[in-house]
Design a protein around this ligand. Structure first.
Ligand SMILES: *Cc1c(COP(=O)(O)O)cnc(C)c1O
Ligand SMILES: [Zn+2]
Length: 443
């Protein structure tokens, strides 16, 4: 059986098509975003039992390339790449953690955290980057010259691009906003030997520049405007369904910045639904930092208008984006999924992390935004005690130790840390240590 996919303009009146091996990011006719379309009629020729059997048989096995949870669904992701051009670190297959104690604390019986940060470069960005870099390798193998691959980033995209290009031996360039990414995020592209350019602007400024460079100098653009990445990221939804034994959760909450991921998660559930692999859709919730919340403002007016904002500095640095590329795709997904958009202040997101830390989760601040929004929706009664809820944890907390350190020292300006937990000091003798222990624990 042959499965086909192509780029298609998201403008319903246009719907122009392009080959996936063509270097094109926006529609050449109308300038609108593109998305990958699949030959659904062909895919539907396989029964739901066959699909389930195929995916179960491949899940977390070692056979190349199916040990990657992205390539294990290759027919639904990117069917046109040959095995030898796949660039993979065996991404996906991340734990769906039952957050029992955190759930109890906020009044939920069935709370789960999808640990997408348990990944090669510590964030979900690996899921999309494996598809994009594999396509670059395929294009190069077809004989077309690509000088380099470039992206603008709030930190995690550049880390993923750097790692995957280093694995494949493809030159890469990353544009980062100066002093706005964590030390770990900065050190990742540097260690992989990738050209790392620090710019005195914010993410939106970096984005404009990288687009100009890619257009003028024949360099391949790796931002999520490149919809190949969305295809890899939509496997988050496939995995959630598989991990729940083909049952659909009631709510999925995801932090949103450039809004590629919320679109991707919507697309994944929609595709499984179209193929008959699930019979309902979850409600989709996009969580934004109050200091960069253009989608939330649009939601408040029923998505009638969308205005970019000037993003302000937020602890959730990976979603500090005022002019998100994928807002139209996100709005489309949210409308189809009876979606909700909510925001969280700095204090709310930080304390949501602190609360989760106490139950064994080392969260990043973006996951904190999603958790803070979850608390709001529970308090408001939108989410009920028995609902099955999945929070998408987008990055590993270990990438944000500065934030965690400052939070637990109660040293974040404008934030009172409700769950701070600092180390105790003691003289090195039994009596003093015993006193420190008995202050905290009954002994
Ligand atoms: C990229 C990123 C996001 C936001 O995803 P978008 O697709 O830009 O909305 C959230 N959290 C982390 C940790 C990220 O790296
Ligand atoms: Zn078009």
């Amino acid at each position: 059986m042959e499965f086909k996919a192509w780029f298609q303009c998201i403008n319903f009146e246009c719907q122009s098509k392009y080959e996936l091996t063509e270097i094109v990011y926006r529609c050449k006719l109308c300038g609108e975003l593109l998305e990958v379309q699949h030959d659904m009629a062909m895919l539907k020729k396989r029964s739901t039992e066959e699909w389930r059997g195929l995916f179960e048989g491949r899940y977390r096995r070692n056979e190349w390339p199916y040990g990657s949870s992205v390539w294990a669904k290759r027919e639904l992701v990117c069917p046109n790449i040959s095995d030898e051009n796949i660039v993979s670190t065996y991404e996906g297959g991340t734990n769906l953690f039952w957050a029992e104690r955190l759930g109890q604390g906020i009044g939920l019986d069935d709370l789960w955290v999808k640990q997408c940060g348990m990944a090669h470069t510590g964030s979900f960005k690996d899921l999309g980057m494996t598809v994009l870099v594999s396509m670059v390798k395929q294009i190069m193998a077809n004989g077309r010259k690509i000088k380099a691959v470039a992206c603008a980033s709030t930190g995690d995209t550049s880390a993923a691009l750097a790692a995957y290009c280093a694995v494949a031996g493809i030159p890469a360039i990353v544009f980062l906003p100066k002093d706005k990414v964590s030390l770990t995020q900065l050190i990742q592209p540097i260690t992989h030997g990738v050209l790392t350019i620090s710019l005195d602007t914010d993410f939106d400024g970096c984005m404009k520049l990288v687009q100009e460079v890619c257009q003028k100098d024949d360099i391949y653009l790796a931002n999520s405007m490149n919809s190949l990445r969305i295809e890899g990221q939509k496997t988050i939804s496939f995995e959630i369904i598989q991990q729940f034994n083909w049952e659909v959760p009631d709510f999925v909450i995801v932090p949103g910045g450039n809004l590629g991921n919320v679109s991707a998660i919507g697309k994944g559930f929609q595709m499984f639904h179209d193929l008959g692999l699930i019979d309902k859709l979850p409600r989709l919730v996009c969580a934004q930092a109050e200091r960069a919340d253009p989608l939330y403002r649009s939601f408040l007016n029923g998505f009638k208008t969308f205005e970019p904002v000037q993003a302000q500095t937020t602890l959730a640095s990976a979603i500090q984006i005022g002019d998100p590329v994928s807002y139209k795709k996100a709005i489309r997904a949210l409308k189809a999924f009876d979606g909700i958009v909510e925001n969280a202040s700095e204090a709310e997101l930080a304390n949501a992390v602190g609360r989760a830390n106490k139950t064994g989760l080392l969260c990043c601040p973006h996951t904190g935004v999603a958790l803070a929004v979850l608390e709001k929706l529970v308090d408001r009664g939108d989410i009920k005690k028995k609902d099955r809820v999945v929070v998408i944890s987008t990055a590993n907390g270990l990438k944000f130790t500065d934030f965690l350190f400052n939070y637990h020292k109660d040293q974040i300006k404008g934030v009172q840390s409700d769950f701070a937990f600092s180390p105790m000091e003691s003289a090195a003798n039994y009596e003093d240590v015993k006193k420190v222990i008995s202050d905290r624990i009954e002994v």
